[in-house]
Ligand binder design. Structure first.
Ligand code: ATP
Length: 238
């Protein structure tokens, strides 16, 4: 395996508050890395920093052989870094199809986009049946599928998911984790921010635990799964 994404010494401050303080993270191609931590630990800020959606005070973002540290978010997206933000951010007044097409705005291969969207409808018949209906009428779980589908249409090389299971029914929590594993089996590299520690550790290969903007622990999930005391110390169980 080789690193597809390397974050080194990333530091982000909001005004006077340092939200991320010298964080490093290596993501190997084809793996699922989960980022864990209590509320306010800096997980969302890490993903936003990788996308360039918040300015970094310090640090380096390397994607394969390219240094993206100073690249605009648009360039990072075009390189294959794609974020599904917390709270889904589906445009509820647009239809399911219009939301999915938003993911394709950088693409010119219309026929391929069409067949990928049709494959999403096949995978999620509920979305197919409601392709021309406003996304507002979907459940939270279905909207999360639309948000992930929209990201997939952008052809990610690294897919970043910010708390995709948050607020979903148990059925949809399972569906989201199944989908994450399915996408990964297809070769996709995934960075998964989760509050659902148990589920995240069961699907991911490696984990990084943030505490107050710093890396508290990092390593293979297997080791962390077996160290409940350590997990409880940083995450309060889960
Ligand atoms: P959560 O699980 O609650 O989403 P998190 O681990 O994702 O938490 P962040 O959202 O990255 O944490 O927040 C890290 C720190 O930065 C927190 O102290 C938070 O209050 C602060 N913060 C986040 N966004 C902003 C902002 N836009 N302006 C000021 N402070 C912010």
């Amino acid at each position: 395996m080789s690193a597809i994404l390397s974050v080194s010494d990333l530091t982000v401050a909001y005004g006077g508050v340092t939200a991320l303080d010298g964080v490093s993270l290596t993501v190997e191609e084809g793996e699922i890395v989960t980022v864990l931590g209590a509320n306010g630990a800096g997980k969302t800020t890490l993903l936003l920093g990788i996308m360039g959606a918040v300015p970094a005070a310090r640090g380096r973002i390397q994607f394969r052989d390219t240094d993206l540290s100073r690249a605009r978010p648009h360039t990072r997206l075009a390189s294959g870094l794609v974020l599904v933000p917390e709270g889904r951010q589906v445009l509820v007044s647009l239809t399911v199809e219009e939301n999915l097409l938003l993911g394709a705005h950088l693409r010119r291969d219309r026929a391929a986009v069409r067949s990928e969207i049709d494959a999403i409808y096949e995978r999620f018949p509920n979305l197919g049946q409601r392709r021309h209906v406003a996304a507002a009428t979907l459940s939270g779980g279905e909207q999360q599928m639309v948000a992930i589908g929209r990201a997939m249409v952008a052809r990610p090389q690294v897919l970043m998911l910010d708390e995709p299971s948050l607020g979903l029914s148990p059925l949809f929590v399972s569906k989201v984790f199944e989908l994450i594993q399915e996408m990964n089996r297809g070769g996709l590299t995934i960075v998964l921010v989760e509050q659902n520690t148990g589920k995240a550790l069961s699907v991911a290969h490696s984990a990084t635990v943030l505490e107050l903007g710093k890396v508290a622990v990092a390593g293979p999930c297997e080791a962390l799964r077996n160290d409940r005391r350590l997990l409880d110390a940083y995450l309060g169980g889960g």
